[in-house]
Design a binder for this molecule. Structure first.
Ligand code: KG4
Ligand code: ZN
Length: 338
């Protein structure tokens, strides 16, 4: 079976093709085309929804044609999957309405996919080692959530952020430090040069009895240090590197400790890291180190499949195959875990 997918929930325009047969534990990736309007948003320090959607209108058809190259035409696919939420409404509409039109023209079933569940399923691309029950940590620009997967199609949310998402904390602190947008990868690069011992930032809710997170206090604490340093003169490159090291460590520390606590409580066999922040190499390495003696398997998607892409949407569609009438699918910006 071949599933073609479209993902346009934020600033990426992506189309992808996967192949798998019933009973398979992984999907095979045939193509994954991604066009990003990130460089346009870098100038303004954040995503401007209207610009993102206008770029998606421009790139959706070329991206689809690129992803279809291995099979030539949509006539040769078995189903079309599309992200229908959460996300920016203008962006989602580009993908959803295109997928509906293609489904109607080519008479193919259409499978609407939740973007957050899509991130989790990036882990099932070319990887058949995952064992259930699994615990997924979804860390993206808009979400930080812990969910249990008992098996495919059985997902239970157990906790999430009460304020800023982890990616949002990276991006907001990046902006205060005048680093390019998005802040995450830049903070990671700066942190590699920084002194971890110089700043110790708070770890909110690290010992709380639930699986919730809170990152807005970290932004305030970082701002306080930055203003203090600025009061003493200008912020040096070394100051920025050290601040980034401290901020990143605080975020990583909370994410790992809470995830391991949930893994223990729910007796999971696998931990699946996912979402844009999972591209962070330090986060992956520290997770691997902490998990070493627990007997739990640790997975994170290939780095190019960590940030938004349609391959993960196709993978989620395969393992949670549920078609809907093409004319009933409506973009839902507020969609959350069911
Ligand atoms: O999942 P994603 O591509 O889009 C959303 O669905 O939000 O995630 C984007 C987020 C941004 O906040 C970005 O700063 C963060 O992922 N990110 C990173 C890294 N690469 C991307 N955060 C930390 N370290 C990175 N290397
Ligand atoms: Zn995402």
């Amino acid at each position: 079976m071949k599933i073609f997918a479209i993902e346009t929930s934020c600033d990426e325009t992506s189309a992808a093709l996967i192949e798998a047969e019933k009973g398979d534990k992984k999907v095979k990736l045939l193509s994954n085309a991604v066009a990003s309007s990130l460089s346009l948003h870098a100038k303004t320090g954040g995503i401007i929804p209207e610009i993102a959607a206008r770029e998606q209108v421009k790139y959706i058809i070329p991206t689809i044609l690129e992803a279809l190259k291995p099979i030539g035409s949509l006539e040769n696919v078995d189903a079309i999957a599309v992200t229908y939420g959460p996300g920016l409404i203008g962006s989602l509409l580009v993908g959803v309405e295109t997928a509906k039109a293609l489904s109607y023209i080519y008479k193919k079933p259409i499978i609407p996919v939740n973007h957050l569940i899509g991130h989790i399923y990036a882990n099932f691309i070319e990887n058949d080692d995952i064992e259930f029950p699994a615990l997924a940590l979804v860390v993206s620009g808009g979400h930080t959530d812990l969910v249990i997967l008992k098996k495919h199609g059985e997902i239970k949310w157990i906790g999430g952020t009460r304020d800023d998402a982890a990616g949002e904390a990276f991006d907001k602190i990046g902006r205060i430090l005048e680093l390019p947008y998005p802040g995450g990868p830049h903070i990671e690069a700066r942190a590699k040069e920084g002194n971890l011992k110089r700043f110790f930032f708070p770890r909110p809710l690290i010992d709380s009895n639930d699986f919730d997170f809170s990152f807005s206090g970290l932004k305030t604490a970082a701002l306080r240090e930055i203003n203090k340093l600025k009061g003493q003169g200008t912020l040096s490159e070394k100051d920025i590197n050290d601040l980034c090291a401290g901020v990143q460590e605080s975020i990583i520390d909370v994410l790992i400790k809470k995830t391991l606590k949930a893994a223990e409580k729910y007796k999971v066999k696998s931990i699946l890291l996912s979402g844009g922040v999972s591209a962070n190499q330090t986060l992956r390495e520290e997770f691997k180190k902490e998990i070493e003696d627990t007997g739990i398997k640790f997975f994170a998607p290939a780095r190019n499949l960590s940030t938004d892409n349609a391959a993960m949407i196709a993978s989620a569609a395969f393992f949670n195959y549920k078609e809907e009438p093409w004319d009933k699918i409506i973009a839902d910006p507020e969609l959350y875990f069911d």
